[in-house]
Design a binder for this molecule. Structure first.
Ligand code: FAD
Length: 551
């Protein structure tokens, strides 16, 4: 049995930032199901927000965030994030992040959707890569222990306190108990619940499922952001930075259709507005082969090569066209989970000893719709805060004795999976789940589409009881991991569906065709999913409003 003071599950930006914030006299370790620099944070393209511009202010950033999230974000947390952002960006720079520069040598900033000021700092269109590698260097410098390619299957909870995890060592095979006085979940998003998704295949909502199974509520799960511009067929992200640099959206008539939906902000309206507009264009027959076009040609070769080199490469590799000469066919795809493990602005959950930060958490700063560039910021600000708070919380804590019951239970679950004759395969169910969710819970939802998804989910859950893991070995058994991930995906999907059915209004990313208006009187409140044997049970909680009354 391994023992540490603090265990961080996940080694993306939030997890690494949290570990680095823990004072060095404490023993902190990270676990990650992939090598840390393969975490999805590495794929972030467009940038990270902070009010560092001469005539910008954190209050303006906070206002844009609250308004962009349709006032569902908790404003105490939004204030903390926006106020602390400039300092965090400067610290990242000191850690060695190579931000793009202005001709005067200052950190450059580009405009992003829903922002009243160009406040997105970036490293060309590979910002996540620059951030994650700098963070990994800091982690190495501190000689933090990393359990690389370890898959956490359950949280240890004893005497009402989270005191470690049970994890499967992918390389050697086998389950282990790891004890700690505090556990920080930083497991990222759940975008793979949908079939058309910008997310890495590892984004299966594991940490949300771990907390949910341990009795912690998941908040606002119905709010899944659909990014307006993902590449035709593959769903690969084409960064909002492309529009930030001046890219146009065109329909089949060659018309910049955003003038009908958001005449002032045009292509830089919030993501939910742009996604809905694209969806409507396609639905009303003004699309191009199930897509619309993102036109960058007028930006010119030099600017595209300097600011958007990765986008060009992706378009050439995966769509066979060069955006310097040809517009890119794009359509909306699942991108980001605004909901997650309910925490306060210091990452504390309702379960003592358990913390959460990054995309798996719902702090909540994004409300009903996240602004581009605010998620990388969230990982850094709340990763840091959570590391500090977790360290403070354990100064006088003792490790409770561990009974071994949870390890036994997990051993049973895995041996059942390994011995079951089938006939179902995890990939088939995952495929069907993704299609059902994309079809019924995409940018447009109605009671009947949601109900359809709910029925389909019940059937998928029954099928998942007959999963067959064909690889019976212990060494690098990815077949087994896919089965465990599927169990998480199904559970997370159910909270999205039940949350969406409950919320009878339209707000941000949650657009109900049968309730097209926003309804603050009844619905300016967070939804909370609690795990019950029969499925998620919903309760509701108030939103914290400080300085920006809903308008
Ligand atoms: C293509 C793309 C582009 C994006 N671009 C931007 C952008 O420009 N700006 C912006 O603000 N946001 C962007 N986002 C969103 C942002 O990148 C993510 O929300 C953020 O990076 C998530 O970071 P994280 O640390 O929470 O999780 P991740 O980086 O996803 O890391 C999760 C970690 O958890 C580990 N893990 C998960 N489950 C387990 C388990 N069961 N056991 C052990 N380990 C586990 C993984 O191995 C990984 O290390 C983008 C997202 C995508 C998909």
């Amino acid at each position: 049995m391994m023992t540490h003071d603090i265990l961080v599950v996940g080694a993306g930006l939030a997890g690494m930032r949290a570990a680095i914030a823990v004072p060095q006299d404490l023993n902190v370790a990270l676990l990650s199901k992939v090598h840390p620099v393969r975490s999805h944070s590495v794929a972030a393209q467009g940038g990270i927000n902070a009010a560092i511009g001469a005539d910008d202010s954190w209050e303006a950033h906070a206002y844009d965030t609250a308004k962009g999230g349709l006032y569902l974000g908790d404003q105490d947390a939004i204030e903390a994030m926006c106020k602390e952002a400039p300092q965090d960006i400067l610290e990242l720079e000191r850690m060695g992040v190579i931000f793009s520069r202005t001709p005067e040598g200052r950190i450059a900033q580009r405009p992003f959707g829903g922002a009243g000021y160009p406040r997105t700092c970036y490293a060309a269109d590979r910002t996540g890569h620059a951030l994650l590698h700098a963070m990994y260097e800091q982690l190495m410098k501190r000689r933090c222990k990393v359990y690389e390619e370890w898959y956490v299957t359950a949280l240890l909870v004893e005497q009402g306190r989270c005191c470690g995890v049970v994890a499967w060592d992918l390389i050697q095979g086998g389950l282990h108990t790891l004890r700690a006085k505090a556990v920080i979940l930083a497991t990222g998003g759940s975008g793979r619940v949908f079939s058309t998704s910008t997310n890495a295949v590892i984004n299966t909502g594991d940490g949300m499922a771990l907390a949910y199974r341990a009795g912690v509520a998941l908040e606002d799960m119905e709010f899944v952001q659909f990014h307006p511009t993902t590449l035709k067929d593959t769903g690969i992200l084409i960064t909002e930075g492309a529009r930030g640099e001046g890219g146009y959206l065109l329909n089949t008539l060659g018309e910049r259709f955003m003038k009908r939906y958001a005449p002032e902000q045009m292509e830089l309206a919030t993501r939910s507005t742009v996604s809905l507009a694209i969806g409507q264009e396609i639905q009303e027959g003004r699309g191009v082969d199930g897509c619309v076009l993102l036109d960058l040609r007028h930006l010119g070769r030099a600017k595209i090569l300097e600011r958007l080199p990765q986008i060009r490469e992706l378009a050439m590799e995966f769509a066979g066209l060069d955006p310097i000469e040809t517009p890119i066919p794009i359509r909306p795809g699942a991108h980001y989970q605004m909901g997650g493990v309910r925490t306060n602005a210091w990452g504390e959950t309702d379960l003592p000893g358990l913390f959460a930060a990054g995309e798996c958490a719902c702090v909540s700063v994004h409300g009903a719709n996240r602004l581009g560039g605010n998620s990388l910021l969230e990982t850094i600000v709340f990763g840091r805060r959570t590391g500090i708070k977790a360290a403070e919380s354990i100064r006088d804590a003792e490790l409770p004795p561990v009974s071994g019951a949870i390890l036994e239970c997990e051993e049973q679950r895995i041996s059942t999976l390994l011995s079951h004759p089938g006939p179902e395969r995890a990939w088939q169910i995952r495929d069907d789940l993704g299609k059902t969710m994309s079809l019924n819970l995409g940018i447009f939802r109605t009671k009947s589409s949601i109900q359809e998804a709910l029925n389909a989910l019940q059937a998928l859950k029954r099928r998942a009881q007959h999963l067959c893991v064909q690889d019976k070995g212990r060494i690098f058994n990815t077949d087994l991991i896919h089965a465990l991930e599927l169990q998480c995906l199904l559970e997370i999907a159910e909270t999205i569906v039940v949350g969406a059915l409950g919320r009878e209004e339209s707000r941000g990313a949650h657009y109900r065709g049968d309730f097209p208006a926003r309804n603050d009187k009844d619905w300016l409140r967070h939804s909370l999913s609690h795990r019950r044997p029969e499925g998620p049970q919903l309760t509701y909680a108030p939103v914290t409003i400080t300085r920006f009354p809903p308008a």
